[in-house]
Design a protein around this ligand. Structure first.
Ligand code: FES
Length: 79
């Protein structure tokens, strides 16, 4: 399995809306980070679906190394 591209060295803060569905980019290739734009097609990666249950600020993983996708777990601090 190939490694995801590191899209950012820090998480993306997003004000999500309750009831909305989001697709987090797992491959790192999307130009609409942190969300999927379809660029993963043809790779082994697939976006991660997230349904917001509250309107609030969330921190989506940008380094694509999180163990708690689609959210940041601090993995970007490791090399
Ligand atoms: Fe990265 Fe879709 S563009 S998962």
């Amino acid at each position: 399995m190939s490694e995801a591209i590191r899209a950012s060295d820090t998480p993306f803060s997003v004000e999500v809306e309750s009831g909305q569905t989001y697709y987090w980019c797992a491959c790192g290739k999307s130009s609409q980070q942190p969300f999927c734009d379809g660029s993963h097609k043809g790779s082994e990666f697939n976006p991660v679906k997230y349904e917001a249950t509250a309107s609030e600020k969330k921190y989506f993983c940008g380094c694509k190394r999180t163990g708690n996708s689609p959210f940041c777990d601090g993995s970007h601090k490791q090399s």
